[in-house]
Design a binder for this molecule. Structure first.
Ligand code: APR
Length: 237
């Protein structure tokens, strides 16, 4: 059996990583998303954007995968599992998932914004969030940026193609912890449904996917995912 998981920030919420749009805790409640996560913002003030991403990079060292990430990794003993994630954290990998495709890039990869060369140097330390920090420079003169996908930028072609294949070949797609409003990622469950593949949504809140999903569970990732594989036959009957 092939299980494809499409995850968003909500799967990392119970690890203590703020989601993007939860108003009371969302990181973006404190900063303007278009200021911090866009190529325009980077062009206008790279030092603010660099500081915010570097802090999120280091913040990941203090959080652990939760039972949701661990359940998805454990499913690999019983099924072929592919993880398509919108998250830029590495919690799926740290939980043990082997096939993880980052549609929106990663906090753990950096590159030059001019020549595109991967940055392998040492990152400056950042024990506490600061409002501004100068990004390292590439020998070509460009600035080092995080390898994340900003608003207005194209998704990584390889990750996208692997994600489409994983959804197309899935026997079931489990959509967990995403508001399902950012395309093209939000189009993947629609592709599954159009192929007649069952889609199970796990989210404590309703989303635009909830009505179309085969099953929608008003549960959190850490509570629903550990027992979900065993529940599949009953859920999909
Ligand atoms: N378990 C499951 N879902 C949860 C939990 C939880 N414990 N806590 C919150 N959620 C749900 C929220 O109800 C919400 O629907 O997770 C979702 C988080 O939505 P967003 O904050 O919008 O995050 P996401 O869907 O990943 O955003 C998609 O938007 O800004 C871009 O690039 C960014 O990758 C991000 C994309």
């Amino acid at each position: 059996m092939q299980v494809t998981v499409l995850s968003g920030a909500g799967i990392s919420a119970e690890s203590g990583v703020p989601t993007f749009r939860d108003v009371e805790t969302g990181l973006w409640a404190k900063v303007d998303p278009y200021e911090i996560s866009s190529s325009q913002g980077w062009q206008a003030h790279p030092e603010k954007v660099w500081a915010w991403y570097l802090w999120r990079h280091y913040m990941m060292e203090s959080v652990q995968p939760n039972n949701g990430h661990l359940a998805v990794a454990a499913w690999q003993d019983h099924a072929q599992v592919h993880v398509v994630t919108q998250n830029v954290d590495n919690l799926h990998e740290r939980a043990g998932s082997r096939n993880v495709y980052h549609l929106h890039g990663s906090l753990f990869e950096f590159r030059c914004d001019a020549c595109g060369s991967p940055f392998e140097g040492d990152l400056p330390a950042m024990p506490e969030p600061v409002a501004s920090a100068d990004p390292p420079q590439c020998p070509c003169g460009g600035l080092i940026r995080p390898n994340v996908v900003w608003f207005g930028e194209a998704l990584p072609e390889d990750a996208w193609q692997r994600s489409v294949d994983a959804v197309t070949n899935a026997d079931v797609v489990i959509v967990v912890g995403t508001s399902s409003i950012v395309y093209p990622a939000a189009g993947l469950p629609e592709l599954a449904l159009a192929n007649g593949t069952p889609v199970i949504e796990v989210n404590p809140e309703r989303t635009p996917l909830s009505d179309a999903a085969t099953v929608t569970l008003r549960e959190t990732a850490a509570s629903a995912l550990p027992g979900l594989l065993q529940r599949l036959p009953a859920l999909l009957r």
